[in-house]
Design a protein around this ligand. Structure first.
Ligand SMILES: Nc1ncnc2c1ncn2[C@@H]1O[C@H](COP(=O)(O)OP(=O)(O)O)[C@@H](O)[C@H]1O
Ligand SMILES: [Mg+2]
Length: 501
């Protein structure tokens, strides 16, 4: 159902230039009308999630979003049974849609919502793309924006996320396994690389080295105006296990560790082993600047004390891990302006992973404070492991510090997790740009409902049913939660699920 509306004929607070527009009528407002919400009787084709616009007698065109649609009928359960038995029953039904009012732009360009409800009988139209963009404030910020995709079901409205806002005020990416977190993180990293922004990613599963290689071209690439390409020249990969992960070695200086830190790493009782370990390390420090784990073991063995056997065997395990060296990798050599450094932790035991994240984060924070490395984004996969809500990880403290103080120094944090409820609330609450893909776990949904502003009841329902690759995005330059269809990758996605058969 289409009709021509002369928008000049009505008082518009702005957009006088709009002229004659074709608007598609989809229904009429009825029943109880509030200022923030109303229902309309559906007469045209409209779906949940569609944007609609209604002309308000005082405020002009106002934008809303269909939050829910119900089919109301007069068919009772008794009549339904009769119908089943073959009776001819006449059923009256109507579609009723609930709209959450988004608002309009006033003369000064501020988002307002009408403080007087619409009149019943007002006609509801599908919103025009230009009007949606204007009211929501969607801008194509190509210079400083990360192109992440299109407004869901509105393919002609591209969505850009402000990169400065992301680095200065942190990002969280939350969703259940397989919903598309790593794929989307790949999209973000491509955009950072394209804009010359430095980044370090803690890659728990070795998914990101594939950013070096172009993706296979598909139809979607054309639709989203994306060209496959690789970033090999801008990527450096490091790993505590350089052979396994085909990477440059990442080692830490043993002499920079305290005996207590070493014991924590080995899960040994500090009361029993702190004194002998400290004694050995102090002795070594007196005679040289750098030493190895073998040096400590040799000293302990010379004590000929059987009680030290568990300590020695744990030190031997650490030695095998090979994360410590006389002289560790210099972090200012890992980070390079405009490049992406991948810390590949595939196949590394959890305790060593924790150590890597803690040492690396501490070094990045200190070096950034002193201006020794460029401003950068630190991306952390499986963040619930390094910053758990319950219990502690050795990395929690420094990650909290970066979350609360990083913005002062241009050290941005991007937290990725499949268990939002299990990530430290202090850290999550500091993430201003929030990206949420499909979530179904009730505890995780509750955590998201509590932390995301402006989520409607309908949107929370929608999060549980999101298709792969569609995200709810808010914060930064996006002033209200928007559903975004993530663009295809330029590069190969490294997180393909393993086919069992
Ligand atoms: N935006 C997207 N477009 C197309 N396919 C996607 C998209 N996001 C995810 N996928 C596919 O879904 C699968 C799981 O995505 P992934 O990002 O690895 O999930 P997660 O990291 O959340 O566990 C991958 O095989 C990937 O190819
Ligand atoms: Mg993943």
């Amino acid at each position: 159902m289409e009709e021509v509306v002369d928008s000049k004929a009505v008082e518009l607070p702005y957009e006088k230039e709009q002229g004659r527009e074709r608007l598609k009528r989809v229904g009429i407002i009825y029943g109880e009308v509030g200022t923030t919400q109303f229902t309309f009787s559906v007469t045209g084709s409209v779906e949940q999630g569609d944007y609609v616009q209604v002309l308000h007698e005082k405020f002009g065109w106002v934008l809303g979003r269909v939050d829910e649609i119900k089919r109301k009928t007069n068919l009772s359960i008794e009549k339904a049974k009769e119908m089943l038995l073959g009776s001819d029953i006449e059923v009256k039904e109507m579609l009723s849609a609930t709209v959450v009012v988004i608002g309009y732009r006033d003369r000064k360009g501020f988002l307002q919502y009408p403080r007087i409800p619409f009149r019943v009988g007002s006609i509801v139209y599908l919103a025009q793309d230009s009007f949606i963009k204007k009211v929501i404030g969607i801008e194509e910020i190509k210079n400083t924006g990360a192109y992440i995709g299109r407004l869901f079901r509105y393919r002609s409205i591209p969505i850009y996320l402000d990169i400065n806002a992301m680095v200065q005020k942190h990002v969280s990416i939350l969703a259940k396994t397989g919903a598309g977190k790593s794929y989307l993180t790949g999209v973000l990293l491509e955009e950072l690389l394209k804009h010359g922004v430095t980044a370090v990613v803690v890659d728990s599963h070795g998914e990101y080295p594939s950013l070096k290689y172009p993706a296979k071209k598909t139809k979607l690439h054309d639709e989203f105006k994306v060209k496959p390409r690789g970033y090999a020249s801008k990527i450096k990969v490091f790993s505590p296990d350089p052979q396994l992960n085909n990477a440059k070695p990442l080692k830490f200086t043993l002499a920079a560790m305290t005996p207590r830190e070493l014991l924590n790493l080995m899960n040994l009782d500090a009361r029993q082993y702190l004194i002998p370990l400290r004694k050995a390390m102090d002795l070594l420090k007196m005679s040289r600047k750098y030493f190895t784990i073998r040096d400590i073991i040799r000293l302990l063995e010379s004590e000929e004390n059987n009680n030290l056997a568990p300590l020695i065997s744990q030190l031997e395990y650490l030695d095998e891990m090979g994360v410590f060296d006389k002289k560790g990798t210099r972090i200012d050599e890992i980070v390079e302006k405009g490049k992406l450094s991948i810390i590949n932790l595939r196949g590394i035991p959890p305790d060593i992973q924790e150590l890597v994240v803690q040492r690396l984060s501490m070094a990045l924070f200190e070096l950034r404070k002193r201006g020794k490395i460029p401003p950068l984004m630190l991306v952390i996969e499986e963040a619930h492991n390094y910053a758990p809500q319950q219990g502690m990880s050795s990395a929690t403290k420094i990650l909290r510090t970066i979350a609360s103080e990083g913005r002062k120094f241009g050290l941005g944090l991007c937290i990725i997790s499949q268990r939002p409820a299990k990530v430290d609330k202090n850290i999550l609450s500091q993430c201003n740009t929030q990206i949420i893909l499909k979530v179904t776990n009730p505890n995780d949904l509750k955590a998201i409902g509590n932390s995301v502003e402006g989520l409607t009841k309908g949107s929370l329902e929608e999060i549980q049913r999101l298709p792969v690759g569609v995200a709810l995005v808010t914060g930064g330059n996006i002033s209200m939660p928007l559903f975004v269809e993530i663009r295809p990758r330029e590069t190969k996605h490294g997180g393909e699920s393993v086919k069992v058969i």
